[in-house]
Design a binder for this molecule. Structure first.
Ligand code: G3I
Length: 359
């Protein structure tokens, strides 16, 4: 979809009518008063087609991440950059003061076929990696000031904890460092973030992944790699045990390595067959318990959910993540009719209850 001038102006006009200041009690309003940012992953198609969704996003979010529109396979599928879908998001949100986060520059799961081959080759890997980071960050300089530079580089199944991705194979084990150095050169004032998932459980795999993450950040810091923050994705599940004290200790250790902390993709999946109000309550409790553990750290800066309403959740898109009874997931703070759920209250309570920090 390409926006013509008339459509672009239409979108811009639509956003001028939205509230430019956060409304008291909204998630972005509460976040702002307690020194945090709140936001969500958003979809360009839904923002264009669904004015109620657009209004909900601008009301509740101070931050937004394009859910897929800035991924490598979305912007450079055929060797030639095209940012029109991400630009549509920017056009719709900028006038409401919603800031964009960039997701993501290097991710094995979102590579166009040509880049997968080029990255995996020792002859072309480094150049391909650097060219992509430079091109995207230069195009968005001044418009996006925080980037997930590398996403999901860890694999707790490997002895060294590093995923055998195309970039790992072609560039070498130091590709994460190369990516961050390139990113700093490309946009010296942007915040550079490492983002990963699967860190919350009490099982051996989650524990190994937490150790691998601490090791990675420690190594990067010991080599003066320009990394500013870690993104904890937080795709939580009611079926997975969560130990709040040990997770809080992990986050403290992580931030002690000299990085800020962001919750980047919070949602709570469940397969419970209990009544909806019971499920919603348990989902809210889990989100709040998780956030309490993270926000305890003064360096925790922002909370983003992966989608805002259950209507647009990846958990309802992919067959392999469907609930066992095939009813829709209720993983997000607003239901499919845009009504706030207990999870929204849980997020607000966690922000209000966090140790105070400079706003
Ligand atoms: O855009 C095409 C469309 O043209 C086509 O008709 C359709 C048919 O399948 O596919 C569409 O692309 C899909 C895209 O989402 C946009 O909807 C892809 O198939 C699908 O794989 C893609 O899924 C996204 C996934 O990342 C992979 O990029 C999910 O929406 C998105 O929620 C998910 O997000 C990830 C984070 O980036 C990283 N952390 C985990 C998180 C959840 O998996």
């Amino acid at each position: 979809m390409t926006l013509n001038r008339q459509q672009f102006l239409g979108l811009t006009a639509a956003t001028t009518t939205a509230a430019a200041l956060p409304v008291e009690g909204s998630l972005r309003g509460v976040a702002g008063r307690h020194g945090f940012m709140f936001g969500a992953a958003v979809r360009s198609g839904a923002l264009i087609a669904d004015p109620r969704y657009r209004a909900l996003v601008t009301h509740e979010c101070g931050l937004a991440t394009p859910e897929g529109e800035l991924k490598w396979n979305a912007v450079d599928a055929d060797r030639g950059y095209d940012f029109h879908r991400a630009e549509a998001i920017q056009a719709m949100l900028a006038l409401s003061g919603v800031r964009l986060r960039g997701h993501t520059l290097v991710w094995h799961n979102a590579l166009p076929r040509w880049a997968e081959l080029a990255l995996a080759s020792p002859e072309t890997g480094r150049r391909t990696l650097a060219d992509h980071i430079q091109a995207v960050m230069a195009a968005w300089r001044g418009r996006i000031d925080s980037w997930d530079v590398v996403n999901e580089a860890l694999d707790p199944g490997e002895a060294d904890g590093m995923r055998r991705s195309p970039a790992f194979r072609g560039v070498g084990p130091d590709y994460v460092e190369v990516a961050f150095r390139t990113a700093r050169d490309a946009a010296p004032t942007a915040e550079l973030v490492y983002n990963d998932y699967g860190l919350e459980g009490t099982d051996g795999r989650s524990e190994a992944k937490r150790r691998a993450l601490l090791r990675l950040i420690e190594q990067l810091k010991s080599r003066d790699t320009p990394i500013d923050a870690v993104g904890l994705q937080a795709h939580l599940s009611l079926e997975q045990a969560f130990d709040q004290p040990s997770y809080a200790a992990f986050v403290r250790k992580l931030s002690g390595l000299g990085v800020d902390i962001h919750v980047t993709e919070l949602d709570v999946a469940d397969h419970s067959t209990e009544a909806v109000p019971v499920r919603d309550r348990r989902i809210a409790d889990r989100a709040e318990e998780f956030l309490d553990a993270v926000l305890d750290t003064p360096r925790a800066r922002s909370i983003m959910t992966w989608g805002l309403t259950d209507l647009y959740s990846w958990l309802n898109d992919w067959g392999r993540y469907y609930r066992r009874d095939l009813t829709p997931a209720r993983a997000l703070p607003f239901d499919a009719s845009y009504r706030p759920k207990p999870m929204a209250d849980g997020i607000r309570r966690a922000m209000r209850g966090a140790p105070s920090r400079a706003a």
